[in-house]
Ligand binder design. Sequence first.
Ligand code: CU
Length: 283
Amino acid sequence: MPGMYAILCRPMRWLAVSLVCIVLPAAAACGTTAQEPAAAPDNVVINLPIANRAVALTREDLRVAQGDTVTMNITADEAGELHLHGYNLTVPVSPETPGALTFEADAAGAFGLNFHVFAADGAAGDSHGGHDHNGGTSPELIASAAPVSVRISADVEDNGGVNVRIMADGWRWAPELVDQEHTPGAGHGHIYVDGEKIARVYGSDYHIAELAPGRHGIRVTLNTNNHGELTYNGQKVEAITTVNVPDVGQAHNEHGHGDNNQGGQAERAIIAEVRLGNLEVYP
Ligand SMILES: [Cu+2]
């Protein structure tokens, strides 16, 4: 009766345990699960092999039960860090050094898993490659014949708000033209936090109301009136920076895990935000 075993064996248990449950005929082989039907906490291992800025996992692979102890083993083909939103855990990973993260999934919900790609040593900002890292529809790329560029800086306020200053050259902010035809040298911007677009920007200052404690990547693109992404000389006209929002006690609905960034470790520029999926924690 495979169906019975499927019920007895929670889906996120280790593969080894699942195999035991399938292979052995006795229900007792399912161990603790069989004796504790009220879903005793499991040790769940999730392997996250990041390649080409993606991970080949299904939603089911990223599903755990509240109270489970979760270990994520992360490998990557380029240097970066894995960031689990909500729990606000970050772990560095590189092709030479796999990363591992163990935590108790004590809060239920869906928590974004992002991979922050670090700039290559000594070559900050190179090779974006033109992938779409967000899985969604990618804005049309529109080449600018004239030089256009953008830089950003970001300052964190005490309350977790972030002031972003956007310095665009060869560019006119044109909020009045939004949704109209492309006009060379004019338009608006899009602002992304940790790979997710949060708003349009229509001028040189943008305020982000509140970010959870931890590191966040902020990216701004310059966009045509019809929302295409501007390129110049084959490069997207965009700027990326990183902010570190301090943990201020119970604020921001965090769960008290704090921030496991290694103190004193040199900050590295994040050149891309890759959304890998959501960790789903079921109550
Ligand atoms: Cu737009």
